[in-house]
Design a protein around this ligand. Structure first.
Ligand code: ASP
Length: 326
């Protein structure tokens, strides 16, 4: 395979107009999701897998869940995979937070990856099991404060988006809660619906269908602006509800292992850009409160720069909050 890439690069150098990477892809691509099925990362990956098929010339993109440890198990798997363009990773903000939170991380960010482009951004919402004895954020706040740390807060593990949001919530409220980690917020949502855990800070992506179905209570959105979705338009932001400046936006990006041939990176980036313009894909994401990235962060180099910036930003947040690698 290596030899083939070498030859392909040679054709490009000779200035041929023949598509130098015409051979890629010629078999199914695996898209690793570092969280359990049914959560926001799994959902975006499955929608993206579908939207990538056509721009990749009909190639099947298979989603594989490699969940656990806040997404670091799946990320490590892709960092170690053959860099041939056939194993990719969809990961969120956890890519930028893990280096600060895990002492024994088996991969380097961003050095062990090729950034292929940012995908989306989405705010989170604070939701609760139906029996939570509060209907507004003010009542929720009172209940949490009176509980002496007994309120259960579900998350998707150390460094996950729900963990970050939960940390910020606890520190802003100056109240602690009992954290319950899961391998993703898909299973965490099941336990929330079943009443085994009390509250969760979850991306709109996964929360909107449950809010629409009135299966969970919603207390606030984490963006500075309200969402215009019918299910959330009347829900105040946490900023409005008294947590001035509270703002959590979660993003997802696409990655390949370091050393993936430039031709494959270019093909995948072009396919990603096309997929993100697919009207059916856009409609579905927007209906879940997700904004598709259309700016320069679709460019691999800009995605890398953004990731590095996020890594630095979160390292400072954790240092200031006294959070450290375990
Ligand atoms: N939303 C999750 C998180 O809290 C992860 C997932 O996509 O399942 O990080």
């Amino acid at each position: 395979m290596k030899k083939l890439w070498y030859v392909a690069a040679g054709i490009t150098l000779l200035g041929s107009t023949v598509a130098a990477h015409a051979d890629f892809p010629n078999k199914p691509i695996t898209l690793v999701v570092p969280f359990a099925a049914g959560g926001p990362t799994d959902k975006i990956a499955r929608d993206l897998a579908e939207a990538l098929r056509k721009p990749l010339g009909g190639t099947t993109v298979v989603v594989e869940n490699a969940s656990g440890a806040g997404g670091t198990i799946g990320a490590a798997k892709v960092a170690r995979a053959n860099p041939d363009g056939y194993t990719l990773l969809v990961h969120h903000i956890g890519m930028a937070t893990a280096p600060s939170l895990y002492r024994k991380l088996s991969f380097k960010v961003p050095d062990d990856f090729e950034t292929l482009g940012l995908i989306n951004e989405a705010p989170s919402v604070i939701i609760g099991r139906p029996g939570v004895p509060a209907n507004t954020f003010a009542e929720l706040r009172q209940w949490i404060n009176a509980s002496g740390g007994k309120v259960n807060l579900a998350n998707a593990g150390l460094g996950s988006a729900s963990h970050l949001c939960g940390l910020m919530l606890q520190s802003t409220l100056k109240a602690s809660m009992t954290t319950v980690p899961y391998k993703g917020t898909g299973p965490a949502m099941n336990d929330l619906l079943g009443g085994q855990v009390d509250i969760m800070c979850e991306q709109a992506t996964n929360a909107v269908p449950q809010i629409e179905g009135k299966r969970v209570k919603v207390f606030g959105v984490t963006s500075l602006q309200r969402l215009s979705l019918p299910a959330l338009k009347d829900t105040p932001t946490l900023d409005e509800a008294g947590l001035t400046g509270f703002n959590v936006q979660i993003w997802h990006g696409l990655y390949a292992p370091k050393g993936t041939p430039p031709e494959a990176i270019a093909t995948l980036n072009t396919a990603l850009r096309t997929a993100l313009k697919d009207p059916a894909f856009i409609k579905r994401q927007e209906s879940l409160g997700v904004t598709i990235v259309t700016d320069e962060r679709l460019e691999p180099a800009q995605h890398r720069k953004f990731l590095e910036g996020e890594k630095t930003r979160w390292a400072k947040v954790f240092k200031d909050a006294g959070e450290y690698a375990d």
